[in-house]
Write a protein that binds this ligand. Sequence first.
Ligand SMILES: C[S@@+](CC[C@H](N)C(=O)[O-])C[C@H]1O[C@@H](n2cnc3c(N)ncnc32)[C@H](O)[C@@H]1O
Length: 237
Amino acid sequence: MSHFDILCASGDNLRIPVTKLLHTSRSPYQEITVCDTSQFGRCLLLDDVIQTAESDHELYDRAVLHKLRLSDRKLLILGGGDGDVAAQALVINPELHVTVVELDGAVVAAARDHLGQTVFENSRVELIVEDAFTFLPRVGSAAFDGIICDLTDFPVGYDQEQGAEFYSRIFSASSATLKWGGWIAVYAGATDLMLDGGGRVVDRLRGLLSESFGKVECTEGFVPSFGEPCCYLYGER
Ligand SMILES: C[S@@+](CC[C@H](N)C(=O)[O-])C[C@H]1O[C@@H](n2cnc3c(N)ncnc32)[C@H](O)[C@@H]1O
């Protein structure tokens, strides 16, 4: 592997030279790659799409954790098998208990073996290897202070149409399982990421989020290794 490409909605794609390939494998869900680059340090890619980079993942982690309060005690992360958001959450609020629901145990193993991720050994973190879609409806009410959707641009196993059903269900089940005053944060992908049928992904997600949460906000941020501005959505119960 000599390089990977960061595909941008604007069409101004970036070609990133790889200095060392550390890991490549195919799980039942996706192709997992870990490689070194001089531009972004060590990177994790899933199906050739960059997920996290050593040089700037903290920008992303802090954006999805924007609503985290020091009074919060229980945080749920859907996806997030690389462990970076869970680790940063505990830096911000060491009193938290964090539940991570990640579909693909192979992502967790790759992060442990090649990214030096140790957060899943922390007794404050519980890892559940399961599809977020099946996990959430089983959770009781008032179980979490905050929920983060740290998922791939399109959740694994769902095409765009099913993706709408996925998020609709996730948002309504999240609202039911959050404490009163609880919050949800959703990574909504590149600002100009489009749906096949037209319209921006972030607008579609915002509409779905509004069906379950009264107060919805959207912010934009730039993480250099994502190649272009990305959106984050927040809802409050
Ligand atoms: C590695 S994190 C990082 C996401 C980061 N926001 C990005 O796209 O650049 C994304 C994780 O979501 C997980 N994931 C995707 N669909 C999922 C689902 N339906 N349930 C639980 N986890 C899922 C993937 O396996 C992956 O490990």
